[in-house]
Design a protein around this ligand. Structure first.
Ligand code: IMP
Length: 173
């Protein structure tokens, strides 16, 4: 049985997500809808909390991406597994991602979203591992910068396990 070291407690996460929600409220013109596009599957929990932390009229969409092969090392390849169900042309969009690691996934997604001509495009990432970056990506809303350790919980998995942990934990062998 693996052991888990709590890196970010559920309370810390909730407090920070509330702050991010308040920042989003300040950044968007009143009344205009904002598409919160969650990157499946890891962002589902962050998206659910972020959507409730903001007062903007949010529309919820998901996009599916596969960037990791098996285990904990990146394959470096990004593949679209589920596209958006709606056009986003002329709309405000926030891409909601669980973690910014090498940056390859978000670079791919930003390119894809820009082709669809949104009115604005910003990025929210709960976690950021800056030490791992291979391509430069600017995230507008970042929850926490974390060291280069593999984490699970609050939506993040290790081979599909542990997504439902409330805390973000380092998986220790
Ligand atoms: P990137 O393309 O390397 O930035 O990777 C982004 C994706 O890799 C995230 O959406 C996660 O699915 C996955 N990932 C990166 N680091 C971790 C981690 O520490 N735990 C779980 N998944 C991770």
């Amino acid at each position: 049985m693996p052991t888990f070291r709590v890196l970010l407690s559920s309370e810390q996460i909730q407090k920070r997500v509330e702050e991010l929600g308040a920042t989003i409220d300040r950044d968007y013109p009143a009344g205009e809808p904002v598409y919160l596009i969650g990157v499946l599957k890891g962002a589902f929990m962050f998206l659910a909390d972020l959507a409730r932390a903001t007062k903007v009229p949010a529309r919820i969409e998901f996009i599916g991406i596969s960037s990791y092969g098996k285990g904990t090392t990146t394959s470096g390849q990004v593949r679209l597994t589920k596209d958006l169900d709606v056009p986003i042309e002329g709309c405000h969009v926030i891409l909601v991602e669980d973690i910014l690691d090498t940056g390859l996934t978000l670079t791919y997604l930003v390119q894809l979203m820009k082709q669809r001509r949104p009115k604005s495009l910003r990025i929210a990432a709960l976690l950021d591992k800056p030490d791992r970056r291979k391509v430069e990506v600017h995230a507008d809303y970042v929850g926490f910068q974390i060291p280069d350790e593999f984490v699970v919980g609050y939506g993040l998995d290790c081979v599909e396990d542990y997504r439902n942990l409330k805390d973000v934990c380092v998986l220790e062998a």
